[in-house]
Ligand binder design. Structure first.
Ligand SMILES: Cc1ncc(COP(=O)(O)O)c(C=O)c1O
Length: 435
């Protein structure tokens, strides 16, 4: 889907009459990205022509195996790793599961303590919780500050003699904050514990060096960097042991059984190669679009706050809380105008609980409920940002027109401006104050 696409709008309560034409703007690249055309074409070759099983000895199999190894080298290159350290699997979720379960099982002689954070993806958090229930792990969940940053000193203090693994995500999927990975890696190295990072959102988005960053295990996923869904990898530093999750044939050097997903792996490899070549350009373009979107929204909409770190954040992540409105209502209104964004407020189970990430950052639940995540991609343009800046303030204004709390806050602000502070808005939210 290109961002230039214009779609016919439906009759909407936002004023879009039947036949009205809207821009179609996809701003949910943290959820998934479109597959690059050349990636899809490379994959098609390994479905339609060289479709052999990479374990077969004949020429079809050999060509599939060669393509798999070329892809492995490309993914390793983007990590700053060696090809034999890359284990292909079904995606980030499997890589997170395997890194935690697999290392605890392989190093059970050292203990069963894991240090992680309260803002990890559920692929890490639920794995930890499950291991606790099974009696196989004791887990320390570290807090974060208002910008969603973990303090490396907290990591150092949490490590015990029986700690096997520290798992801290590279960049948060909701608010985009990039963690002090280098410092955490150094601490883990000094204390002699394994360091795993879930780099699903950061891989392909920012430059990497597993050696410089002291990473032992790293989860990555293809569909976040313009590759296909259902394929990812776990980086396992040479010399580190890991117990497989899936048993069967001796694929992936006996670390992950199952017939190789050759088209998927080929697509992932090419997507990684393109990300490496285009990295500087992508970072520059996306950062400029991101900052224009953030400044434009905060400047146009009062009672709005940026969530996450103001500068140490993913180049494509914009997460804003709009007080006095529900994130879900904003999303529905945006969707009617052709804008696809996501809510930081509803959890995946569909419950109305605010996001665990925003709550861990100390954002009050009523403010967390009004959060919207917009994640840019390589196809987005300046015109897309202009369109969002044109549409979103009006959406918020319409939704706030129904909020008595908003009316009260506006009256309060007017009284303050006139030098006559009135009674405080008791149930009014606290300003998160990121920016
Ligand atoms: C930080 C993070 N970890 C893990 C995952 C899961 O990756 P996959 O969709 O490849 O299973 C995601 C996906 O959104 C993610 O954002």
């Amino acid at each position: 889907m290109t961002s230039e696409r214009v779609i016919a709008g439906m009759a909407t309560s936002d004023g879009g009459g039947a036949g009205e034409r809207f821009r179609s703007v996809y701003l949910d690249h943290a959820a998934t990205t479109p597959v690059r055309r050349e990636v899809a074409e490379a994959m098609a070759h390994y479905m339609l022509t060289d479709y052999g099983n990479a374990s077969s000895v004949h020429s079809f199999g050999r060509r599939a195996a060669e393509a798999t190894e070329e892809a492995r080298a490309r993914v390793a290159d983007l990590m700053g790793a060696r090809p034999e350290e890359v284990v292909f699997m079904s995606g980030g979720t499997e890589a997170d599961n395997m890194s935690i379960r697999g290392s605890l099982a392989a190093y059970s002689d050292r203990g069963r303590h894991v240090v992680t954070t309260k803002i990890e993806h559920h692929a890490v958090l639920h794995t930890c919780e499950e291991l606790e229930k099974e009696g196989l792990a004791e887990v320390t969940y570290l807090p974060v500050d208002r910008t969603a940053t973990v303090d490396p000193d907290d990591v150092a203090k949490a490590i015990r003699p029986d700690t096997v693994l520290v798992s801290v995500m590279f960049a948060n999927n909701e608010v985009g904050t990039i963690q002090p990975i280098m410092e955490i890696g150094r601490t883990c190295r000094e204390k002699g514990v394994l360091f795993h990072t879930d780099a699903v959102q950061a891989f392909g988005a920012v430059p990497f060096s597993v050696d410089e960053m002291g990473i032992d295990l790293m989860s990555v996923s293809s569909h976040k960097l313009y590759g296909p869904k259902g394929v990812g990898a776990l980086y396992v530093r040479k010399g580190r042991r890991i117990r497989p999750l899936i048993h069967g044939g001796g694929h992936e050097r006996k670390r992950r059984a199952g017939t190789s997903n050759v088209p998927g792996v080929v697509g992932f490899g090419l997507a990684a190669e393109l990300a490496r070549k285009e990295m500087d350009d992508r970072v520059r373009r996306l950062t400029a679009l991101r900052d224009r979107l953030i400044d434009g929204l905060l400047g146009r909409v009062e009672f709005s706050h940026l969530n996450g770190h103001p500068t140490r954040r993913l180049p494509n992540n914009v997460n804003v809380s709009f007080e006095f409105v529900e994130g879900e209502s904003i999303l529905l209104s945006l969707d009617k105008k052709g804008i696809a964004a996501s809510s930081g407020s509803a959890c995946t189970s569909g419950s109305l609980e605010p996001s665990h990430v925003l709550l861990a950052m100390g954002i009050p639940p009523e403010v967390a409920h009004g959060s919207v995540r917009m994640t840019l991609g390589t196809q987005n343009t300046d015109e897309d940002v202009d369109y969002v800046l044109e549409v979103l303030p009006g959406v918020i204004e319409r939704l706030r027109a129904m909020s008595p709390l908003h009316a009260k806050a506006v009256a309060e602000r007017a009284r303050e401006a006139a030098g006559r502070p009135g009674e405080r808005c008791e149930s009014g939210p606290v300003t998160p104050g990121a920016r």
